[in-house]
Design a protein around this ligand. Sequence first.
Ligand SMILES: [Fe+2]
Length: 216
Amino acid sequence: MSVFQVDFAEPFFSIDYVENEADYRVTKKSMVINLAEREQRDIGLSGERFIVPLKAAVVQDMVVTDLVRAFIVKDYERCDLDDPKTVDAIKKSWKLLYDVSGIERHKGLPYYKSPKFCIGEGSGRMELNFCYVDKGGVPSGPHRDHDRDFDEVHAQIRGYGMMRVYEREDNVHIHQELNMAPGTVHDKMYDSKGMYPWHEYKSVTPCVYCPIEIDR
Ligand SMILES: [Fe+2]
């Protein structure tokens, strides 16, 4: 039973990583992300409602229950993306996506990555980070393969974004646009073998989102 304060997104976001807690009291408006995908355990909200694995909810003044594995982004609206000082500080402290990935399609994109938070080993190991996008309407580049074999979803934290799923690489034949507001985690795109369609994140407004990667 543990509650760890994790600092990878500090000072902009205060996050608790919670494992095997029967209950957790949320006071200020916070985002609860259920990470118990491998365990397939729901988080309880006031007895009758649940957060299923790889989904999130925004809650306030409530005790949530049965947290096998969860992120609590505490008072997440404290990070004000309309404040130029905050935005400037994020850009100085997080790294440009291209500088992290070295992938050609990331060159020049106004995507900034926080350090990563990693937990566990082997199958089920998780990597999470926060990503700030400085402009709305900027696609991150269609792809189907990743640098590792993992199950991937994204949680929207601040602002608005979408996951675009393509029938083909040309991104003209769009299959789905999965819109995301704060507290939304888009539906899974990968199949049972871990194969992905062409997909990309696209900002709608300046925003912060959280990629969640779970090793197969
Ligand atoms: Fe991806």
